[in-house]
Design a protein. Sequence first.
Length: 95
Amino acid sequence: MRLSREQVQYVAHLARLGISEDEIERFAEQLSAILEHFATIQQIDTEAIPPTALVVALQDVMRDDVVTPSYPRDVILANAPREEDGYLRVKAVLE
């Protein structure tokens, strides 16, 4: 499937790309090659493959949740810009 100059210019217009005459020819060749690859892939019979099939097995990437003691309050508040009655003091957020 060979793309015409007009089709390449139309795609460039949709993508808001300014392309030169040399680029039109180069992009026509490259985009045509990509479309040919897709045509080849479309010929593969995928009827027996369920739509949720995965190529690689999934692994849980989360670490185990382990209970650990938290930092003491005075250590946390030592870096706070403002503190009041043992709590962080922040500016009011009103929307």
